[in-house]
Design a protein around this ligand. Structure first.
Ligand code: HEC
Length: 257
């Protein structure tokens, strides 16, 4: 229940008009973000180690690196002793996005060696947030939901499987569900940076509301996995697939896609 309390505090802060940081500071915890970083760093290293890094592999590497930059930036607490390391991690991850864009895979490999929240801070690193949305487009971010075969991270397939979940919740399942759910929550935060232009005020409002709903639902799923509530898992996962009409995913796609 503790994280649910944090969410409601987060949303209360949000309604006072403080933007994304309020969401990011609530959950996932730094430890959980550390796990997500390790997971996506593994995706990058495995993809870069293949003899041929084709276009699909490149887009997956860019996406995983971009997500790491986002996890790292979201974890930065100003004036904390870890801020410099996290900002360094963010900058290296964004360096990978750029290196792959420029076809410099050797450079990407080198940067991939130090993708850890404990990396030594670069002297002179700037901890202030950078505009992530300038480094990768929304279509590439949404690829996280696409199947692994389509160069995605398979998140939607995982939700589809969970929608039919009948339990019991084994420890290994719980870890995987938590990781996917937390990743979706982080993507909801990220997606909010891609809101439609200001002149369409109503549309931006809807965009934000849908992302908030995706965020909250994903964290509910993470909580259900953590506390091993088998029956709740499929119910919540059903809200995070495009197989059903009326899910948060399809409601957004109907309007914006
Ligand atoms: C706030 C709005 C919004 C929400 C919520 C949302 N999406 Fe999307 N999604 C989009 C938009 C917009 C695109 C099209 C992006 C483009 O092509 O530029 C898209 C594209 C996609 C794609 C295609 C990626 C590709 O290969 O081009 C998939 C898959 C996807 N979304 C899955 C999901 C799933 C699953 C969920 C729910 C867990 C979800 N989306 C929630 C807005 C949203």
């Amino acid at each position: 229940m503790q994280s649910l309390r944090f969410i409601s505090i987060g949303l209360a802060i949000l309604s006072f008009g403080i933007m994304m940081t309020a969401w990011a500071q609530t959950a996932p915890s730094p430890a959980d973000l550390g796990k997500l970083i390790t997971q996506d760093a593994e995706v990058i290293k495995t993809s870069l180690a293949k003899p041929k890094v084709d276009k699909k592999a490149q887009s997956k590497i860019r996406l995983a690196a971009f997500l790491i930059a986002h996890y790292a930036q979201s974890s930065i607490v100003k004036d904390s002793p870890k801020a410099g390391s996290l900002a360094t991690l963010r900058d290296r991850a964004l360096g990978i996005v750029k290196a792959v864009d420029d076809g410099k895979l050797d450079e990407a490999k080198k940067l991939a060696e130090s993708l850890s929240p404990d990396v030594a801070a670069d002297p002179g690193v700037k901890v202030a947030p950078v505009a992530l949305e300038k480094h990768l487009d929304l279509e590439s971010v949404m690829k996280a939901f696409s199947s692994v075969r389509m160069a995605g991270l398979g998140l939607e397939n995982h939700m589809d499987d969970l929608a039919n979940f009948t339990g019991p919740v084994e420890a290994a399942d719980a870890e995987k569900i938590q990781a996917s759910a937390q990743k979706i929550a982080m993507i909801a935060l990220l997606a909010n940076f891609y809101a439609p232009p200001k002149d369409a005020a109503k549309t931006k409002k809807l965009w934000t509301a849908l992302n908030k709903e995706m965020y909250t639902t994903a964290l509910e799923l993470a909580e259900a996995a953590k506390t091993k509530q088998g029956a709740a898992i499929s119910k919540i996962a059903q809200k995070l697939t495009t197989e059903k009409v009326g899910t948060v995913c399809t409601r957004c796609h109907d309007v914006f896609r």
